[in-house]
Write a protein that binds this ligand. Structure first.
Ligand code: ADP
Ligand code: MG
Length: 328
């Protein structure tokens, strides 16, 4: 059986050009850029809770890092470094090789060094700590939305929830939408370019990534900013390809997923109405649809849904919370 050190050297040590001292010592050494604040975030993925045990290991590796980069994107930070703590059952080298190639594919794509980590034996779980940089006092915080701001969302919502239902065998997705849904679930692209551009061009006030579901995460923005947020149901981005006619049961599930499904890793952000054109231009430049879906008004953390006539609809679905009785 390979030693812990063989496993680390074979699978987890790659060049770290952005790190003063990478894997191999007791701690890594990082040199922040002058004037930068460090944004740091950590997320654990536990087998059976955050991913199905049979998940493709390469996609799992990608996602393990990607979900952390999504948090950095939501702060407007540029990702730089990551630490990877792996708790592994008896080492399966093929699994590890595939897993680490997914991790490093994501690291390369977003310019991140894996600067260190930890490897121990136990029930499969994976934890990344990611660090990014943001010029002092410019990060996109949850508490910075202003009354009168509009609420925007990137990409499409609800696809990951459909992908998960398919993987669990609850539904069978038609071929036209299968890959898009599974990709969003298993290989999400964190919206780093968007988060950085929103911050660099001072386009957004507050931001959050959608990991718990639209209603829950819009609620987090509203609560932190001490405002209410109104979401126009009719303005949510269409998720199905043009001309695709979904069965009613699928449409119902999809509507629910768009409002409360987690795991889409899109960005939700608030911006002044005067910035509409600039935000549209940014979406066109980075080829990412950006939809204006609501507004912030005076209040105390409430979320409401509006129909086509602006009438308030009851809010049925909540987001995901590991400790609450949830997901109605
Ligand atoms: P220590 O016992 O001092 O905590 P370890 O034996 O856990 O050190 O790790 C040895 C070196 O290998 C450290 O520099 C650590 O950062 C690195 N390392 C361990 N596991 C990983 C991993 N999964 N990915 C990247 N680097 C790792
Ligand atoms: Mg250690």
């Amino acid at each position: 059986m390979p030693s812990e050190f063989d496993l680390i050297a074979r699978h987890f040590v790659r060049p770290t050009p952005r790190t003063v001292l990478g894997p191999g010592d007791d701690a890594a050494l990082l040199a922040p850029s002058p004037g930068a604040e460090i944004a740091v975030t950590t997320d654990a993925l536990v087998s059976g809770i955050h991913f199905l045990p049979e998940t493709d290991p390469e996609r799992l590796g990608w996602k393990t890092l990607a979900v952390n980069l999504s948090d950095l994107a939501a702060m407007g930070a540029t990702p730089r470094w990551a630490l990877l703590a792996c708790v592994l059952p008896d080492p399966d080298e093929d699994w590890l090789a595939a897993f680490s190639s997914g991790v490093f594919a994501c690291a390369r794509r977003y310019g991140v060094d894996v600067s260190g980590g930890d490897t121990t034996r136990g029930p499969l779980s994976l934890c990344v700590t990611a660090l990014g940089e943001v010029p002092a006092a410019t990060a996109l915080r949850r508490d910075a939305a202003r009354a009168g701001d509009e609420l925007w969302v990137s990409g499409f919502l609800g696809r990951a929830a459909l992908g998960l239902a398919h993987r669990r065998g609850e539904i069978r997705l038609p071929a036209e939408i299968l890959d898009a849904c599974l990709d969003r679930l298993e290989k999400p692209y964190p919206r780093v370019e968007l988060g950085v551009a929103l911050r660099e061009n001072a386009l957004a006030h507050a931001a959050i990534d959608v990991s718990d579901g639209l209603l829950a995460d819009a609620g987090h923005l509203a609560e932190a900013s001490r405002l209410d947020v109104e979401i126009d149901l009719t303005r949510l981005p269409e998720g199905f390809p043009q001309g695709f006619a979904a069965a009613p049961s699928l449409t119902e599930r999809f509507q629910r997923g768009r409002l409360s499904g987690g795991d889409d890793y899109e960005l939700l952000f608030s911006a002044a109405p005067e910035r509409r054109d600039d935000i549209d231009a940014l979406g066109a430049r980075i080829k990412l649809p950006l939809s204006r879906i609501g507004r912030f008004v005076a209040g105390a953390g409430g979320v409401s849904l509006r129909d086509a006539r602006g009438e308030a609809l009851p809010v049925f679905y909540k987001g995901f919370d590991h400790f609450a009785e949830n997901i109605q």
